[in-house]
Design a protein around this ligand. Structure first.
Ligand SMILES: [Zn+2]
Ligand SMILES: [Zn+2]
Length: 126
């Protein structure tokens, strides 16, 4: 599977037994349908907090789903400080660019408490 952003081959990384596809070049992350909710629950966050919301009004380049090769939707993700995620209407997969997962997670943690972010940094940049 190739990165929808830069077409580098994605590598599989494990986060608490959840297999995610990670781009070693641009550091984006691909979540299969339902995986985002699993990751959120492992992080002590609710599934609601990471459910894709309304369409994002953005001029960002549209990306193609690495699974179905269809153009994905731009959707807002996250409650208070949403990021623009690419969501596939066909397979329900979801792409987050570098730093976007951290931005979502940070909203649901106490200030100064960043074990998840450190975990991601250690694991995904090893
Ligand atoms: Zn990439
Ligand atoms: Zn898809």
């Amino acid at each position: 599977m190739q990165c929808p952003r830069c077409h580098t081959d994605l590598i599989v990384v494990e986060y608490h037994d959840i297999e995610l596809d990670y781009c070693p070049a641009c550091e984006g992350l691909w979540f299969d349908h339902g995986e985002m909710e699993l990751v959120a629950s492992k992080m002590g966050s609710s599934a609601d907090a990471v459910a894709p919301q309304q369409s994002a009004d953005t001029n960002e380049k549209k990306l193609k789903c690495p699974e179905c090769h269809k153009v994905m939707d731009k959707r807002l993700l996250g409650a208070t400080d949403p990021v623009v995620a690419d969501v596939c209407r066909l397979c329900g997969g979801l792409w987050l660019d570098h730093g976007e997962l951290e931005q979502i997670v940070r909203q649901h943690q106490e200030p100064g408490d960043s074990p998840v972010i450190e975990y991601l940094r250690d694991t995904f940049r090893a």
